[in-house]
Design a protein around this ligand. Structure first.
Ligand SMILES: [Zn+2]
Length: 321
């Protein structure tokens, strides 16, 4: 089978490897698509360091079950599934535990992005947005969009979305933001103060992974409100105004999840919402590349051209994409 290996920064090769064997509790999935995750970009471009190559990224997999182990009762051969895996996803086949495969129903396979959806679900659940809360989301990229859509399901009063790019703010507005703020031309703290009678938001999400919005988070949140950090598991040191955050008695929510049980719980919740139509990810995959163009898929995710939300790599042969 074909699999993409990152031999050095910015240098994927497509190589041939045997199709993996499966254990009795595993299934073999014929991969249809694998999303390019922002968390993979610092490894790809070398900013995470020059060590550890070759690497096999790819953890946002969907496809069709090709074969099941002898102990597996579900899923069945031929089922379309969203898969949780920790790597080696830019390949024609992956072998995974059956319990890490969730049904996708009639959702197109390259929108069945269970893994990033799990992160967004778990962030919103941990933040515990309540009915009528005023919520600020800084960052309207792919993860910000999903967080926004999930927060909307919780029934906030104001849902204010901020970014520096006008194309993504237009999309956030279409997705139901009650107010969008381009921080290049407007003061987010000012807008939030006005909308909340000077009080500040109950919950503020940081979904950009860069310094300036992180610094701003405390300026848009009410005393004892929640600051939710979603996008920071890569890159170098960041500063936070801890004296101010401590004085304001903020609750700091570190919304990153590592243990399998939590990830799978978030993925099951997300896929329930997605397959039932309560949540839609339509339009969020904007750039699709065949496996042989995987370098370009990463380059595009790195450059984020106008209109970009997310790129996926599609394999040949599996699924009706
Ligand atoms: Zn990811």
């Amino acid at each position: 089978m074909k699999i993409a290996v990152l031999r050095a920064p910015r240098a994927f090769d497509i190589i041939d490897e045997p199709v993996p064997d499966i254990e009795p509790d595993e299934v073999l999935v014929h991969v249809a698509a694998c999303g390019v995750c922002t968390s993979e970009l610092d490894v790809w471009d070398g900013s995470a360091g020059a060590d550890g190559f070759p690497r096999y990224p790819g953890h946002e997999v969907s496809g069709i079950v090709e074969k099941v182990g002898e102990e597996v009762t579900s899923p069945k051969e031929g089922d379309p599934v969203s898969v949780w895996t920790t790597g080696k996803g830019f390949a024609e086949y992956v072998a995974v535990k059956a319990e890490y495969c969730l049904p996708v129903g009639s959702v197109p396979l390259d929108l069945a992005l269970g893994e990033p959806l799990a992160c967004a679900v778990n962030a919103v659940e941990l933040a515990d947005v309540a009915l009528g809360d005023d919520v600020v989301i800084i960052g309207a990229g792919f993860m910000g969009n999903m967080v926004q859509k999930l927060v909307a399901l919780r029934g906030p009063r104001h849902l204010i979305v901020a970014d520096t790019r006008s194309d993504v703010l237009t999309r956030a507005e279409q997705f139901g933001a009650t107010r969008v703020v381009n921080v290049r031309s407007e003061s987010l703290p000012h807008v939030v103060r006005e909308l909340t009678d000077g009080r500040g938001a109950d919950v503020s999400f940081e979904v950009t992974g860069v310094q300036a919005p992180l610094s701003m988070l405390g300026d848009v949140t009410r005393m004892s409100g929640k600051l939710v950090i979603v996008g920071y598991h890569q890159g170098g040191m960041r500063e936070i105004p801890l004296a101010h955050w401590n004085y304001q008695a903020f609750r700091i929510v570190n919304a990153h999840f590592r243990d399998e049980a939590t990830i799978m719980r978030g993925m099951r919740t997300g896929m329930r919402l997605l397959t039932s139509g309560r949540l839609r990810l339509d339009g969020l995959v904007t750039h699709r590349f065949p496996l042989q163009d995987i370098n370009q898929a990463f380059q595009t995710a790195h450059e984020k051209p106008e209109g970009f939300v997310k790129s996926t790599v599609r394999m040949n042969g599996a699924g009706a994409l």
